[in-house]
Design a protein around this ligand. Sequence first.
Ligand code: ADP
Length: 177
Amino acid sequence: MPTNALSGRHAVYTGSFDPITLGHRDIITRGAAVFEKLTVGIGINPEKRPLFTPDERLSMARDVLASLPNVEVCCFSGLAVEFLRECGARVMLRGLRTLSDIESEFTMALANRALDPEIETVFLMASEKFSHISSSLIKQVAQLGRHSAAARLQEFIPVQVVGPLLAKFSGSPQSPA
Ligand code: ADP
């Protein structure tokens, strides 16, 4: 295992961010207030079929997070713990919404600890007003929401993401014939 020093003041928040939501932005803003540096890692997983390309996800996230000076956004592939080592970060930041999140996140944290015991996972509880938000939910709202979608989407995603999301579904059938 590599032995380069890891910083406990540097955290990494990984996810698909397909696309970035208000829930993600809330965790990132709060994480950036606690840690000296926060890297947002957009995972590129060839087995997933994301709606947005890695470049689209990167550019939307950078746009949304531009006002946070200690936050940087980049893409990565491979294991999250290896990405943390590359960044020199010791802390894996995660968000917790529901009981089912706790179960899956706990398993993932244990797996990551087995892979690299120096890395610690730190959890922030989702804010009450964002705890129902997920990237998959907002994709459904955009696809099925018809005329009210644009207004409703702003309850779930940053304003910069509304246009790109609606553009993905423009022209596609919105409900089965
Ligand atoms: P993936 O698609 O790779 O599972 P997600 O975007 O779903 O990634 O999640 C990345 C991290 O963000 C996870 O720790 C997840 O629990 C957290 N998260 C996702 N949505 C929210 C939200 N609305 N509030 C707080 N944390 C969230």
